[in-house]
Write a protein that binds this ligand. Structure first.
Ligand code: PCA
Length: 209
């Protein structure tokens, strides 16, 4: 089976497209594989344990993690996760606000996604979905989960490809931001991508595998 994770809302967001996608795909078959979709809490202290439980329960053939990265102008396939937690200015949903902390003091500085990220981007572009390979997943929970999940799969000798998909705002979220930014007075509006394009993006990544 293929595991797809998303996140609950966090920060000043009321929704998170990655949660919608995890719920949408849960129980469906894509590219001949059953998909289990799980919505994870945005809590640094729990992320690795929750993922370890999912890996133990499902022994997935692939792990596609997803999350919101407001401001990105397309779907981003993350190439790398670094050994740093820094919430910058957005504490997690338990109010944890790590600053420049190592995720694993004994771990490598970085781990590379094992998803074929370049092939996935090409497949997304072939579907006319705006996408690119990204060289930073930031230092918030999405990076943390990617780093710890790649380590957990390695420790299990798993050859399941794993990686992280960062998603832009949906159009309603971008409209909310535009209102906050006084767009009617010339303030900015962030980029967005419809949930249907985002859904198709996840499907395309699974099909590429
Ligand atoms: N995005 C955050 C954490 C949860 C989410 O959806 C991130 O990019 O780290």
């Amino acid at each position: 089976m293929y595991l797809l994770t998303g996140y609950e809302p966090f920060g000043d967001h009321d929704t998170n497209p990655s949660a919608t996608l995890a719920e949408t795909f849960d129980g469906r078959r894509v590219a001949g594989h059953e998909v289990v979709g799980e919505v994870l809490p945005v809590v640094f202290a729990d992320a690795a344990d929750e993922m370890a439980a999912l890996l133990d329960e499902h022994d997935p053939d692939a792990v596609v993690m997803s999350g919101l990265a407001g401001g990105r102008n397309g779907v981003c396939l993350e190439r790398v996760a670094v050994n740093v937690d820094d919430a910058v200015t957005v504490p997690d949903n338990d109010d944890a606000d790590p600053e420049n902390e190592r995720i694993d003091p004994d771990g490598p500085d970085a781990r590379f996604a094992t998803l074929p990220v370049g092939d996935c981007v090409e497949a997304l572009l072939d579907e006319d979905i705006p996408a690119r390979l990204s060289n930073t997943a930031g230092t918030h929970l999405c990076n943390h989960l990617t780093y710890t999940t790649l380590g957990a799969l390695d420790a299990r000798d798993s050859d399941a490809p794993a990686g992280f998909l960062h998603l832009p705002y949906t159009p309603p979220m971008a409209a909310d931001k535009a209102r906050e930014n006084n767009a009617h007075r010339g303030g900015s509006v962030p980029p967005s991508l419809s949930i249907e394009h985002q859904r198709r993006a996840v499907e395309t990544v699974f099909e590429t595998l």
